[in-house]
Write a protein that binds this ligand. Structure first.
Ligand code: ZN
Length: 137
């Protein structure tokens, strides 16, 4: 079994933002030369998440709107007394910081309308890291 790991580093501009990382993840899979296996995409942060869906500008705004609705800021959370970002922590905890994808015939398996995004929940941040790890053979 082989493993291949790479870290994507990016910065975010907004408090809430979706950044499409599909092309970078697919490049890492291709460079790994692993033909059959699994690809884990993991945001190493407590206030960000990884999601998978269509990169259509209206839908991107809809998803961000819904995240703000489901996880409203300043809703009297105890953690807000520390650094005022409890809603971002809760969203990250419940949406999830990782997604995994099959790798088949050397390619990441995803639907036509399934792009991979880093979901920023407490930006802007100068440095966000996404670990991409592929295991297989
Ligand atoms: Zn915090």
């Amino acid at each position: 079994m082989k493993t291949s790991a790479k870290v994507l580093t990016l910065s975010t501009r907004e408090k809430y933002q979706l950044i499409d990382i599909t092309r970078s993840v697919e490049e890492i899979v291709s460079d790994s030369k692993i033909q059959e296996g699994l690809c884990l995409v993991h945001a190493s942060h407590a206030t960000a998440a990884i999601i998978c869906n269509e990169n259509e500008s209206g839908l991107v705004q809809d998803i961000l709107r819904k995240v703000k609705e489901i996880f409203p800021a300043g809703a009297g959370y105890q953690h807000d007394r520390i650094d005022d970002n409890a809603s971002a922590h809760i969203a990250s905890a419940l949406i999830g910081a990782s997604r995994s994808f099959p790798v088949r015939s050397g390619r990441l398996v995803r639907g036509t309308w399934q792009n991979i995004f880093l979901l920023e929940l407490d930006g802007p941040r100068g440095r966000r890291s996404v670990d991409v790890q592929i295991i297989g053979e």
